[in-house]
Design a protein around this ligand. Structure first.
Ligand SMILES: [Zn+2]
Length: 480
């Protein structure tokens, strides 16, 4: 547990820059020469990989980073959650489901001035002592996208319709790239205009364009991707985008005073997607899942298939990882597995999963996670089991009707990347030169570390602890 330092650190202001889906090797090495403003902060600050959450998905990751609680305690297991053990009703978590304070609401309660742009979860926008613009998960057509509500009209009159996200699983990549650039430009123009209005104690901006660019263009930019072709027309989109982003970051950071610490954080990394493993087809083949009539149209969602629940013991859903559910008697609407038999079904399932083969006949490594033992608490609507295929290089496809269990392309639209476990943690103090690298900062430790760095008390009940070596300090003279 966090204990108060004997000499409280002086209170500092914070500027938090959240870049979605950026692995350390990109910002720290590959694109560093294209990003002089970020490079200067890396040189003087402290940097390290930020180990993301299980599962490595934006939501829960951002929520964990800015609350200091694990995904199970928050009840955030990904984007879609099934509602109350139903077979087909789902929901995406909203800020109203958060039962603990975020960095932003906590400092608001302490009377600090707080401005937030798009930090997830951000819809509906929480009431803070300042403003909050909702995030990329804002439902289309929503009117309530800013707190206070008047801010929305003010922004629209100055900057046009605000873009929360882009439809990134699109075939037409050229148009998509322009949309991502346009969205990012607008966001940072808004950020600069709002940041320079007053001396914020805490100001945060989240950029989703980085994640979208990577998902949509990974096969064009990463030579490690199986479909990469040298010299392709989109080979330089990442260089171009991040060079522009660096200019926007540089403009924002040019307004900080010597009292302000800058954090640059990313929620997870990126790596090439190998393909999708059709979890429900495999469960059907193994006899866990039954249909009254097997789906024959490729891409049929499980919700549209004629599932015979009276003969189904296990089913799954797709995404970066497979969520598996047992059809438990007394729990699911048409549950058949007696609760006392769940452990036996689960043991058999784990044995079957451990023998999985990839498309080339070699073993397909599988990691099985049990939310009950993974997290300190289990709230909300957790899956019964979580399964990673080949360290997440294979996605899980929940759809049905294919002649094979292995899909080359994502079943929910073009996508070339999956999430890696390392995001980014950078902390820069304009008044000192440090330049160290720290081994790692865990997602759950981000908020306590920022509170510690800013001289703010850490609520004793948070699960994370401050990583003190991640806070910049002046180097001894003569120490290179
Ligand atoms: Zn993300």
């Amino acid at each position: 547990m966090a204990s108060a330092p004997s000499h409280p650190r002086p209170r500092r202001k914070l500027l938090v820059i959240g870049l979605d889906g950026v692995p350390p090797e990109i910002l720290f090495d590959r694109l560093r020469p294209k990003m002089p403003n970020v490079a200067a902060m890396l040189d003087a600050g402290v940097r390290g990989p930020m180990r993301t959450t299980d599962p490595p998905i934006s939501l829960p990751a951002w929520a964990v980073m800015f609350t200091g609680y694990d995904p199970g305690t928050l009840g955030f297991y990904g984007f879609r959650h099934r509602l109350n053990h139903s077979y087909s009703q789902t929901y995406v978590p909203r800020t109203t489901l958060l039962e603990v304070p975020t960095l932003f609401t906590l400092l608001s309660e302490r009377g600090r001035r707080v401005g937030v742009i798009g930090m997830p979860p951000g819809f509906p926008p929480p009431r803070v002592n300042g403003f909050y613009i909702s995030d990329f998960l804002t439902p289309p057509e929503s009117r309530e996208t800013t707190y206070p509500v008047e801010l929305r009209g003010e922004l629209e009159s100055k900057f046009g319709t605000y873009r929360f996200d882009v439809p990134f699983r699109a075939e037409e990549r050229g148009a998509l790239f322009r949309q991502i650039v346009e969205m990012t430009r607008q966001r940072w123009q808004v950020a600069e205009a709002l940041y320079t209005r007053e001396a914020w104690d805490l100001f945060a901006v989240h950029e989703i364009g980085t994640d979208r660019l990577h998902h949509a263009f990974w096969k064009y930019i990463d030579p490690a991707h199986e479909k990469y072709v040298a010299g392709n027309e989109f080979e330089h989109v990442e260089d171009d985008y991040f060079a522009q982003l660096d200019q926007w970051i540089g403009r924002l950071v040019s307004h900080i005073d010597a009292d302000t610490l800058v954090a640059i954080v990313s929620d997870h990394g990126m790596m090439p997607m190998r393909g999708c493993f059709c979890i429900n087809q495999w469960l059907a083949e193994k006899g866990y899942l039954s249909f009254r009539r097997p789906p024959d149209r490729p891409g049929t969602p499980l919700e549209k298939a004629e599932v015979d629940w009276s003969r189904t013991r296990v089913w799954g859903s797709g995404g970066y990882y497979a969520r598996l559910f047992f059809n438990v008697r007394g729990r699911e609407p048409e549950g058949i597995v007696p609760p006392e038999e769940v452990p036996a079904v689960r043991a058999q399932l784990e044995r079957d999963l451990s023998t999985l083969r990839g498309p080339d006949g070699g073993p397909l490594p599988v990691r099985i996670l049990d939310p009950k033992t993974l997290y300190r608490q289990l709230n909300g609507d957790p899956p019964d089991l979580m399964v990673y295929f080949d360290d997440l290089k294979w996605r899980s496809a929940g759809t049905l009707g294919y002649p094979t269990h292995y899909l080359e392309e994502n079943d929910t639209g073009p996508d070339d990347a999956v999430h890696g476990v390392d995001g980014i943690f950078v902390l820069y103090d304009p008044s000192v030169v440090d330049g160290r690298t720290v081994e790692r900062v865990d997602a759950v430790d981000v908020m306590p570390t920022l509170l510690y760095a800013a001289g703010e008390a850490i609520p004793p009940e948070v699960q994370g602890t401050p990583v003190r070596e991640a806070v910049p300090r002046a180097r001894e003279s003569g120490n290179a």
